[in-house]
Design a protein. Structure first.
Length: 370
């Protein structure tokens, strides 16, 4: 097998870069005059950051957010020198010099991260650019109000850290009426006032569609770029992905036959079943067994039995006997059912469906929207 290239796949994922571009333009218009950045962490939510990032850069995006330093290095050579790459989780100890040399912007989330960045700045004899995150009520990442106030009162801090902006993260942005949103905005404003020269950022995809008060200077959309409606009051975004799986086998089973692990499904009558080449190792949730479906020609093909590691089984009863054959593909994501539909059936959220899609899916990039 050494040196051989395998060109066949049991599942294929089409990613519409044109739709991502269109979603970015829509978001940028909505939040103007605030800057619209782009969150491309987790390999652009599983879609391929090395393709997505330059497409967004071509649309005018200049601030990109990743979670880890490794992700910044993975995508840096696809962007122009005018792009800023912000590392949301900050830096692990010992990574400060590599980050500074590459010109990335670490988010300083805790006193230890702040001190290590300042120590490097003192060693270099110059202020180093960074982003400061404060905790406005989510209790996840960021300095508390007391730690932020201590920094603001330290005259050496601005000589050592060139603060590009101050940020926080909303816990309930996808629930527009939640009281936590206004509470976090008020908390953030009080802490931000300690750093009057710094730009500010609070809104993610959902936050972009709260009031303009949440836009501040920079908005950080993520999931909305990739086709998911940002909360109940947000607009419908252009769908970005289509996922299909190949039929490995079609068989007829008699009434009373068990199907799959545990024989959870028992055929109530004679059934025509298709086994598809996708399973939980490809990121398709096991919880869709007996709940989800594939689609073909407008017909819903229910998943029967458990989702296995490499395959699942669907019922073809809604189709004519000759409608499908071994080797054909059926649809799992696309016009037939959205990420939100699949997430609902799986008992999870669209983020998880998108980011779990595995490397065994053949990925192709298309431009269907100009």
């Amino acid at each position: 097998m050494s040196g051989r290239t395998i060109t066949t796949f049991s599942s294929r994922l089409a990613i519409d870069l044109g739709a991502i571009r269109a979603n970015y333009r829509s978001l940028a218009r909505h939040v103007a005059p605030a800057e619209c950045g782009a969150v491309i962490k987790a390999d652009a939510y599983g879609l391929g950051a090395r393709a997505v990032a330059p497409a967004l850069h071509a649309e005018g995006c200049r601030t990109f957010f990743v979670a880890q330093l490794r992700e910044a290095f993975d995508v840096a050579d696809t962007l122009g020198a005018d792009a800023a790459i912000v590392i949301l989780n900050g830096l692990d100890p010992g990574c400060e010099a590599a980050c500074a040399e590459a010109g990335f912007l670490p988010v300083l989330n805790a006193p230890g991260q702040v001190e290590r960045w300042r120590r490097l700045a003192r060693a270099k004899g110059t202020a180093l650019p960074a982003v400061l995150q404060v905790d406005s009520g989510m209790s996840r990442l960021g300095l508390d109000a007391a730690a932020a106030a201590a920094l603001a009162a330290d005259p050496a801090f601005p000589r050592e850290v060139a603060l590009r902006f101050i940020m926080t993260h909303l816990a309930c942005a996808d629930t527009p009426g939640h009281a936590a949103n206004a509470a976090q905005l008020a908390s953030f404003r009080s802490i931000r006032a300690l750093f009057p020269e710094a730009r500010a950022s609070i809104a993610n995809s959902g936050g972009a569609f709260l009031s303009p008060a949440y836009h501040c200077d920079l908005v950080r959309p993520g999931i909305a770029l990739f086709g998911v409606q940002p909360g109940p009051d947000g607009p419908a975004m252009r769908p970005v992905v289509r996922l299909e799986a190949r039929i490995l086998q079609i068989r007829e089973v008699e009434a009373g036959s068990g199907v799959g692990y545990g024989l959870d499904h028992v055929a109530p009558t004679r059934q025509r079943l298709a086994t598809l080449g996708i399973g939980y190792a490809d990121g398709w949730p096991r919880s869709l067994g007996g709940a989800g479906a594939a689609w073909h020609a407008g017909a819903r093909l229910p998943i029967v039995g458990r989702v296995s590691m490499d395959s699942l089984t669907v019922d073809l009863s809604a189709l004519a006997p000759d409608a499908l054959a071994k080797g054909d593909f059926v649809a799992l994501l696309g016009p037939c059912q959205s990420l939100a539909d699949v997430a609902r059936d799986a008992g999870t959220i669209p983020y998880e469906i998108l980011t779990r899609l595995g490397s065994r899916c053949e990925r192709t990039f298309v431009e269907t929207v100009q």
